[in-house]
Design a protein around this ligand. Sequence first.
Ligand SMILES: Cc1cc2nc3c(=O)[nH]c(=O)nc-3n(C[C@H](O)[C@H](O)[C@H](O)COP(=O)(O)OP(=O)(O)OC[C@H]3O[C@@H](n4cnc5c(N)ncnc54)[C@H](O)[C@@H]3O)c2cc1C
Length: 373
Amino acid sequence: MSTADVLVIGGGLHGLSSALHLARDGADVTVLEGEFVGRHASGASAAGVRTLGRDPREMPLALRSMEMWHQIGDLVSDDCGFHAHGQLRVFETEAQIAAETRRIAELEAHGHTNEQIIGQDTLRQLVPGINPKFIGAAYADRDGAADPHRTLVAFRAAAERAGVRIVEGAPVCRLSEQRGAWRVETAQGAFAAPTVINAAGAWGARVAAMTGESIPLSAKASMMMVTERLTQTIRPVVSIVGRSLSFKQSSQGTLVLGGGIQGRYDLDSGRTAMDFHALARGAAAAEELMPAVKGARIARCWSGIEGKTSDLLPVICPGKAAGIFHIFGFSGHGFQLVPAAGEAMAGMVTTGVVPEIFLPFNAERLTTKGAAA
Ligand SMILES: Cc1cc2nc3c(=O)[nH]c(=O)nc-3n(C[C@H](O)[C@H](O)[C@H](O)COP(=O)(O)OP(=O)(O)OC[C@H]3O[C@@H](n4cnc5c(N)ncnc54)[C@H](O)[C@@H]3O)c2cc1C
């Protein structure tokens, strides 16, 4: 049986980031991935690096992550294709301006100055060609986007350089505790360690159940579309208040469209199916935002399965059983949190103390008992 200090279940970005930080702190870490690194949400991600519009409970973690994204080369020796061209959430009514202004004032009252309201002139300078019906936006100028595949390659390589062993094609099917060590059985044999991190994404609740813990979790299958190359240059990532659209132009000129339009998924097979009617609604919203893109051809589309909690915040906490730690359920916006969540997870595993930035993410809040307390 192969042994380690820490076994990480799941080779998505959160498993890799936790593994990387722990290995840098001197731990012997093995990542057990059921399929291949980046197979699910992390490989399908739109890779938006966004503090804009975050739940205030996520802000301390998101702001720490944003600092790290601006220095990401120091962590993984690659820029991960990250560009801070800003993110915008546009609105079209006075009522939306009033609501967004109130939301941003509340953020500022908590000391967060990452967002500002901009008017139509600045909006047109930032997004030439935008439909004039959009009269302003909430704008986070330090936000941006990265390249998801480059990010995966960089985190994997950095983790391996730090000594992390990655075993792919090793779905975990059973966990049992024996004299202070966890025995983890996979299709490639058994592994043992005193500490196990459950970073199994949409399957996080299934892995938790293997330790005897029940955590409510559902899933979603967000879809993405990419068009042929266009000449027009839009630098920020743009979304519309109240709609499922995120719109960005890659450095190659293609438009990358997403924002939460949903396909179908099956957790047992790990497969998704596209909903072309929903995709068409997403494409129509993109045309409404930028009339000039009408008629652009969609070159390909895909979707990815992601764990979703009832309050759309992740589960990041120690498990009920000693030696177990959970990090899953990012509900469609976990890419931005990758650097800081791994850093804080390593600290939590090493010290046994739950850091303040993880306090809103305990699993207890999702159970009937926790919600009633
Ligand atoms: C289409 C799409 C667009 C997105 N866009 C954005 C965005 O713009 N910005 C943003 O911040 N976030 C975005 N997200 C969300 C973000 O990508 C995810 O929150 C993040 O990648 C989750 O990473 P993870 O490591 O938790 O999960 P995953 O990447 O899903 O990794 C979990 C891994 O666990 C493995 N696994 C599961 N069960 C087992 C088992 N029993 N044994 C071994 N391995 C197992 C799986 O095979 C998988 O590889 C998007 C997600 C999708 C799907």
